[in-house]
Design a protein around this ligand. Structure first.
Ligand code: NVA
Length: 309
């Protein structure tokens, strides 16, 4: 099976650094690198809502000289109208890479196993690795380095962003502290994998948001109601109420701390308007950086086609 990017730890620490360095190069000269010239087609498949992901992949594929093919998940009915296996074999004959946002990580794994082309995770219930590369590039731009920095992830850590922060943060050698209610920590197996990466980072989980944030270099949050969790909205607003990223909470972080949010944001819930729209917020750089890191991932995978995992 050719190399894909299905979860954050598909890149070793050295490879993650290589992809981030390539992203910085591509950001500095966005129109100079055309590995998808032909144009080669990249299929973008969405089974969940999207704004940044579709926009940044479409723009990035064009900048790489390729052709972005949008496949509407509702029309395609993957797993309902046709099996994942059949869709994988069909798309793999049309596209040189497949970008897929869907629910189950196991479906993404099947797509990668059967399509014959690199597959990129554009968000599943379990991981959001492209977002993490954007977060890491943004932090590196503002802080100069990644290894050794402390990151406080506050709120719902039992979601794709929490799991991806555990893996990608550990891969980058960062100290990731989750401040989340009991029952909303990242997946225990994912944390165990992250702790075994051995790049010098660490993972801690606390139910006290203050402990998580005290002195942190970076404060991160995400919506309390991830896509697919809408039925639990009322209960979640109650559980997560004390985990709102307010100016008072951010004041406990390092004086020069930066604040990240993958968006969409709900001001007054997981993050206060004064924080996301304030001077420590880097969310617009973070959103832009989706394009640069995803270009780097597509270029990197293209240059590794034929290498098996
Ligand atoms: N955890 C969020 C991330 C959105 C980009 C969700 O899955 O909806």
């Amino acid at each position: 099976m050719t190399r894909s990017f299905l979860r954050d730890d598909d890149l070793t620490p050295g490879e993650q650094a290589e992809v981030l360095a390539l992203a910085a190069e591509l950001k500095a000269a966005p129109y100079d690198h055309k590995p998808l010239a032909g144009p080669r087609t990249v299929a973008m498949v969405f089974d969940k809502p999207t704004l940044r992901t579709q926009a940044s992949f479409a723009a990035g594929i064009a900048e790489l000289g390729g052709n972005a093919m949008l496949v509407d998940g509702l029309l395609a009915g993957i797993g309902k109208r046709e099996s994942v296996a059949d869709v994988a074999r069909v798309l793999g004959r049309q596209a040189s890479q497949i970008v897929w946002r869907t629910f189950a990580q196991s479906d993404l794994d099947e797509m990668a196993a059967l399509s014959g082309v690199p597959v990129i995770n554009a968000l599943t219930d379990e991981f959001h690795p492209c977002q993490l590369l954007a977060d890491l590039l943004t932090i590196a731009e503002h802080k100069g380095a990644l290894a050794g920095l402390s990151v406080a992830f506050v709120g719902d850590a039992a979601c794709n962003m929490g799991n991806s922060w555990a893996l990608a943060g550990a891969t980058a050698g960062m100290h990731v502290r989750f401040g989340c209610p009991d029952g909303y920590a990242p997946d225990a197996e994912v944390v165990a994998v992250a702790e075994a990466i051995g790049a010098g980072g660490s993972i801690t989980v606390t139910a006290d948001p203050h402990t998580a944030v005290d002195g942190a270099d970076v404060v991160v949050t995400d919506t309390w109601i991830s896509m697919g969790k809408e039925d639990e909205a009322a209960a979640r607003r109650t559980v997560f109420g004390p985990y709102s990223v307010t100016p008072e909470l951010v004041a406990r972080a390092a004086a020069d701390a930066i604040v990240l949010h993958c968006l969409p944001a709900y001001r007054g819930s997981e993050i206060a308007a004064e924080v996301i729209d304030g001077p420590q917020s880097v969310v617009w750089d973070e959103a832009e950086n989706r394009r640069h890191v995803q270009k780097a991932v597509m270029s990197w995978l293209h240059s590794h086609v034929g290498e098996s995992v």
